[in-house]
Write a protein that binds this ligand. Structure first.
Ligand SMILES: Cc1cc2nc3c(=O)[nH]c(=O)nc-3n(C[C@H](O)[C@H](O)[C@H](O)COP(=O)(O)OP(=O)(O)OC[C@H]3O[C@@H](n4cnc5c(N)ncnc54)[C@H](O)[C@@H]3O)c2cc1C
Length: 289
C-alpha cells in the first residue's frame, strides 16, 4: 500500500514515462489541497495554466507541471455589485463574456493574438511575472482583490499586495468596486507584439471630487508600478479641474523607466505622458455625463 507521498512520486514517475521518456513530469490534482501538497512535495514543479509563459522559449524549463485544470477555477461570476474572474478563465473569454467592464474586456482584447488569448489565463497573467501586462494596470485601477489558496485555506488580499509575493494558488481576481471610473491606454510597436507601456487610472467620485485614485503603469521598468505621487495629486480634486500636466509631473517623479531594445527611458516617459493626457480627458468626459 502506498502512502500519499509515495503515491504521488509513483504518479510522477508514471507520467514521466507516459511522456515518452522526456524529462518532464505532469500532475493533475483534483483539489486545491492536493495541488498545494504536490507543490510542497515538488517545489521545483510549476503550476500549469494556459502554458503560454511555460512554453515560451525564453522561460526557464520546468522540471514538472501541476495542472490547475481540474480545480473549478474557470468561472466568471458577474453581479451588479462585483465581478469574480476565475484564475483559469482565458483572456479570450474576458473579451466575450457579457457584463465585463469595458476597460477589462478592451484590455484583454489587446493581447498579442487570438492564439495567445485562447490559451493565456487571468491567473497566469497575475502570477506569471511577465515583464509587461495589458490587464494588471486595469485590475489595479479597479482596486481588485485576489483570492488565493495557501496553507490549507483560502485568503483574500488586495491585488497590489498579493503581487509583492505572489504566494499560493491564485483562485480568482475579484472587482468589488465596479462603480469606479477606470480608463487605460496601451502602446505597442506592432499589432502582434507585446505591449510596450500600459497605463491605467481609476478613481471613485464623491460628488464631483475624486476619491481613492490609482495610477498604475506596466512596462516602464520590469515591475508593475503604482504611482503614489500621481494618486496623491488626484485625490480630493474636482474632476473638471484636473490638468494632465500636473498629474504627469507627479507620476514622472515615481517612474524609473529602463532602457530596452524597443524604447529609451526618455521615450517611455513621453509615452506615459501622452497616455495620461488621453486617459484624463476620457475620464473627465465620462465624469461630466
Ligand atoms: C507569446 C506570448 C505573447 C504574450 N502576449 C501578451 C500580451 O499581448 N499582453 C499581455 O499582457 N501579456 C502577454 N503575454 C504574457 C501573458 O500575460 C501570459 O503569457 C499569460 O497570461 C500567462 O498565462 P498562462 O495561463 O499561459 O500561464 P502559464 O504559462 O501556464 O504560467 C505562467 C506562470 O504562472 C504560474 N501560474 C499560472 N497560473 C497560476 C495560478 N492560478 N496560481 C499560481 N500560479 C500560477 C505558473 O506556475 C507559471 O510560473 C504573452 C506571453 C507570451 C509567451
Amino acid at each position: 500500500m502506498l502512502n500519499a507521498r509515495s503515491k504521488m512520486d509513483a504518479d510522477v514517475e508514471f507520467e514521466t514515462q507516459a511522456l515518452g521518456g522526456k524529462d518532464l513530469a505532469y500532475l493533475a490534482p483534483l483539489s486545491l489541497q492536493e495541488a498545494e501538497d504536490m507543490k510542497a512535495a515538488h517545489p521545483e514543479f510549476q503550476f500549469f495554466a494556459g502554458g503560454t509563459i511555460l512554453n515560451w522559449r525564453a522561460a526557464p524549463r520546468a522540471k514538472g507541471l501541476i495542472d490547475l485544470k481540474n480545480l473549478a477555477l474557470d468561472e466568471i461570476d458577474v453581479t451588479p455589485e462585483s465581478l469574480a474572474i476565475g484564475a483559469m478563465v482565458t483572456i479570450q473569454e474576458l473579451t466575450e463574456y457579457p457584463g465585463i467592464p469595458k476597460a477589462v474586456s478592451s484590455a484583454a482584447g489587446l493581447f498579442s493574438s487570438r492564439n495567445v488569448r485562447n490559451m493565456a489565463t487571468v491567473g497566469g497573467t497575475a502570477a506569471g511575472r511577465f515583464f509587461v501586462s495589458d490587464l494588471l494596470p486595469v485590475f489595479l485601477a479597479y482596486r481588485a482583490d485576489v483570492k488565493y489558496f495557501l496553507g490549507k485555506k483560502m485568503s483574500t488580499l488586495p491585488l497590489s499586495q498579493w503581487l509583492q509575493a505572489r504566494s499560493g494558488i491564485l483562485c480568482s481576481i475579484v472587482i468589488r468596486q465596479l462603480d469606479r471610473n477606470v480608463a487605460f491606454r496601451q502602446e505597442k510597436i506592432s499589432k502582434i507584439d507585446f505591449p510596450l507601456i500600459v497605463t491605467a487610472v481609476g478613481w471613485k467620485k464623491a460628488g464631483t471630487q475624486i476619491k481613492e485614485a490609482v495610477v498604475a503603469i506596466s512596462g516602464a521598468s520590469g515591475k508593475m508600478a503604482l504611482s503614489e505621487s500621481g494618486a496623491a495629486c488626484l485625490e480630493g480634486k474636482d474632476v473638471s479641474v484636473i490638468e494632465s500636466s500636473m498629474v504627469n509631473a507627479a507620476v514622472q517623479q515615481d517612474l524609473q523607466p529602463t532602457e530596452s531594445i524597443k524604447a529609451s527611458s526618455r521615450v517611455k516617459r513621453r509615452i506615459v505622458e501622452s497616455q495620461l493626457k488621453g486617459i484624463i480627458a476620457e475620464l473627465q468626459k465620462e465624469g461630466a455625463l
